[in-house]
Design a protein around this ligand. Structure first.
Ligand SMILES: [Zn+2]
Length: 198
């Protein structure tokens, strides 16, 4: 099974990071099938194994619907990327499609009583193929409305458009992942230095 990197620090940011590379040039897709979307949602804690297996069975029975959900997911991901990339750059995002997505997701939101407490619940439509997208949208609302939206950053890597929450003590995190982008940038600087002196 494909293993996804969950380094965003917030559900909706992890979702935007399901493709790699520079959004304007080389874009490598990691959600290549509906099963990938279910795999990501499982790893992100949105679906348990039983629910994931049920959705894969549904997708087998309704392949065209599953394909449409995947296409919609990728559209939503691009929309979320544009909103939070603008937020990271201290620009004003266009919220038209964002608000449309909120309305869509809210139709599935239920209030339930569980173990003596009332809370929100998304899981009351077990066979809905797009159920993992609703809490993703809601997490985006939570983030945008929280003071933490000021901590959203876009990776400083030349060929990386990943988003993350900078929770470092002095808010100086520049890379999505030091092992990867930070080191690549350092290696590049090193290479240029060697070329100049050599
Ligand atoms: Zn990066």
């Amino acid at each position: 099974m494909k293993i996804f990197d969950l380094i965003g620090g917030w559900l909706c940011l992890d979702f935007t990071n399901t493709a790699d590379g520079d959004i304007n040039t080389e874009w490598t897709e990691h959600l290549n099938s509906y099963a990938d979307l279910v795999g990501w949602a499982g790893q992100a804690g949105l679906l348990d194994e039983v629910r994931a297996a049920l959705l894969l069975k549904e997708a087998d029975a309704y392949p065209a619907e599953a394909e449409a959900v995947l296409a919609h997911a990728i559209q939503l991901r691009m929309m979320l990327y544009h909103v939070f990339s603008a937020v990271a750059a201290d620009e004003t995002p266009d919220l038209t499609d964002f608000n449309r997505a909120i309305n869509e997701a809210a139709q599935h939101l239920q209030s339930v009583l569980k173990a003596g407490d009332y809370s929100w619940d998304w899981s009351t439509e077990p066979e809905a193929l797009d159920q993992m997208l609703w809490p993703v949208i809601w997490s985006a609302v939570d983030l945008l409305h929280s003071p933490q939206h000021k901590l959203v950053r876009e990776c400083g890597g030349n060929t990386c458009s990943w988003l993350f929450l900078d929770t470092s003590r002095n808010h100086s995190r520049r890379w999505c992942d030091m092992k990867d982008c930070g080191n690549r940038a350092k290696a590049r600087a090193h290479y240029h230095r060697i070329k100049q002196t050599g």
